[in-house]
Design a protein around this ligand. Sequence first.
Ligand code: PMT
Length: 414
Amino acid sequence: MSVVKNKNIIVGVCGGIAAYKSAELVRLLIKQGAQVQVVMTHSGKEFVTPLTFQALSGREVRSALFDLDAEAGMGHIELARWTDLILIAPATANAIAKIAHGMADDLLTTLCLATKAPLLIAPAMNQQMWRNEATQENIKCLSRRRAVSFCGPAEGEQACGDIGPGRMEEPDSLLNSCLSLLSSAAKTDYKKQRLKGKCVLITAGPTIEDIDPVRFLSNRSSGKMGYAITEAALNEGADVILVSGPSALNAPENAELFLVRSAQQMHDKVMNLIDSVDIFIATAAVADYRPVKKFDTKIKKNTDQLTIELVKNPDILTDVAALPNKPVSIGFAAETNDVESYALDKLQRKNLDMIAANKVGETQGFEADNNELHLYWRTGLDKKTGIKSKKLAYASKKQLAEQLIDEIVLLFVK
Ligand code: PMT
């Protein structure tokens, strides 16, 4: 039975060209057995008529905050209590800004403020509006709230002719996000402890490869992804060991923390601890190479050119996955291009059970609060066939961590 069946869902439709896709979304939710109340903003009604949504949902569309007839039926506070989920699709930059700042100047934003139900936001806007610092600040602010999740935006060609992030996710992807949000809400209700008795080891953050006493090679990993996974595994009742490179974050209280600096130190610590580990998740951005020699004193500027010779570091993940009694081994792939093919290559070559691929760049993946992951895993013994995949849509790293742990539990924990 679908987790959406008999659930009350408010679909908020704001003013964006993607509003036409929300008609299909409402149809899919109704098909799964949900009761859907569509709430449109005034600009939403400029794009699709309320009649379309009324016909699909079987309910009169609500729009005005001060509508005497509607309020006499189910007042806005009652509606806020009635709903199990508010899904805003499309969510404009304006609506996101208002919700982020707790404004309540129309029915939809009032409902967001008055409800205890989770809020799922599907942003849709011009790519420049999405990239604007003000929008990004609002997204950051909302991502920190426990009950707020995002689905999208996707990247691609936009109605205005621009190319970039800002397209609303497709209805089937939004439906999947509703399903996973409602099912994780249901699991929270039943106090999930699906990793009780399991030991999970997570590597996180960057490594630092010293060149001389004041200079080093490293990368921009903040540890946010690995620390979020640590938290999610702890919430499932696991015993968690966190082996972390230098990070400004506070480690989750109940994890057993080991701080390391270099790839070699991280390798040695992990291999030391691995015997008792059931699940190994390698989120750390480990330096592939280190200087052959660390200078004892500061290198002087004596020559026009300086060559620093590098040597390969041990690959922690490969070594763990090659152990005779290897734990479930989950890797990450951070790629700037050809994400899928490089990720699949790592899945096979490093003999992993699953790989979580993310596109990285100057503003993506590393350091950011939000991200998007593509999971790939093998279903058969034949290493070249039977690959399955799942996209975890753009969301906070905290939400992605919960979804990742959820998938790991479903696939690998008996
Ligand atoms: O820390 P954040 O700022 O939140 O950023 C998150 C992240 C971008 C670092 C994270 O999402 C991520 O992608 N982590 C993996 C980064 C990486 O080094 O990827 P890779 O494709 O180079 O390595 C593949 C896998 O092998 C990784 O699981 C890595 O941990 C592991 N590896 C790599 C080299 C090495 N010597 N030992 C390893 O174990």
